[in-house]
Design a protein around this ligand. Structure first.
Ligand SMILES: C[S@@+](CC[C@H](N)C(=O)[O-])C[C@H]1O[C@@H](n2cnc3c(N)ncnc32)[C@H](O)[C@@H]1O
Length: 270
């Protein structure tokens, strides 16, 4: 792994650790997304579940509620998110939950041992997407299902248009959209490249209207680590410029933006 990639990966997980206590309030769409991802999984017996990029545990909660597994392994590299996760499940006794602080590619989980692998709103942050799919596939039993939800290509264009005109230009943040977002064909390739058989891969694009402050808060929580290592004053100045521009471009219903969610379900042959 190059040092550059390694550092940006560490920045992602430490960024999520810093905002962990605000995450649940700011991203209600992620809660809904996790629930819908789990709802879309074909009916079946899923007794051992692996949640990759489990965060504060929305997706884990949804999977436990629907499938009543006896065992869940929850993987995430961000200690702050795992703290919230532990708090969420502190009183849960009817399922064994193993919490593993690790990156998807190097997660120390047993091979061919899970009936279901889920990953909700985390795949876009994985720096090696081919390897991530392979790591998830290795953990699956033959016949097991993987269910992935990630940010899709085409979303957030209005925001990209704004930040591409805010100086100094944040090339890293602009580049992150292309580096992170994927379409159905690309996801299909990752899955088949990992030896999996796609069952259903689809994208939903929604147009949302939100108050500017709500959008700014969401961006702070999910992508604050992309702003960079500037001084606090420079960050404040940069963020104020973005906010002013969003207000200038907003209409009576607030800031309008498009968000694309990519869902994927696949099965391991056997
Ligand atoms: C937006 S949160 C989603 C959390 C949760 N699955 C949910 O549905 O709310 C993304 C999570 O992915 C984790 N993540 C980022 N990079 C990762 C990686 N390389 N391997 C595993 N998890 C990662 C972050 O630490 C964060 O907790």
């Amino acid at each position: 792994m190059s040092d550059h990639i390694h550092r940006s990966h560490v920045r992602v997980s430490s960024g999520f650790s810093e905002i962990a206590s605000d995450y649940d309030d700011a991203v209600r769409f992620n809660v809904e997304g996790a629930q819908r991802l789990v709802t879309s999984i074909p009916p079946g017996e899923y007794d051992r579940i692996l949640d990759v990029g489990c965060g504060t545990g929305f997706s884990t909660r949804a999977a436990i509620d629907r499938f009543s597994p006896s065992h869940v392994t929850a993987v995430d590299p961000a200690e702050g998110m795992l703290e919230q996760f532990r708090a969420r499940f502190a009183d849960t006794t009817d399922v064994q939950i193993d919490i593993v602080k690790a990156d998807v590619e190097s997660m120390p989980v047993p091979e061919a041992s899970y009936d279901l692998v889920i990953s909700s709103m985390a795949y876009h942050w994985f720096p090696h997407k081919w390897e991530a799919a392979k790591a998830m596939a290795r953990a699956m039993k033959p016949g097991a299902v993987v269910a992935i939800l990630m940010s899709g290509r085409g979303g957030e264009q209005a925001y990209r248009d704004v930040i591409s005109n805010i100086e100094p230009i944040n090339y890293r943040w602009l580049g992150a959209f292309d580096g992170n977002l994927r379409n159905c064909e690309e996801m299909d390739d990752y899955l088949t490249g990992a030896g999996l058989e796609p069952i259903d891969v689809w994208m939903e694009t929604r147009t949302r209207y939100v108050p500017v402050e709500a959008y700014m808060e969401r961006m702070r929580v999910v992508a604050g680590h992309m702003i960079g290592d500037q001084s606090e004053a420079d960050v404040a100045d940069y963020v104020a410029k973005i906010e002013a521009e969003l207000r200038r471009r907003s209409g009576p219903r607030g800031w309008r933006y498009e968000f694309a969610k990519l869902f994927a379900l696949a099965r391991k042959p056997g």
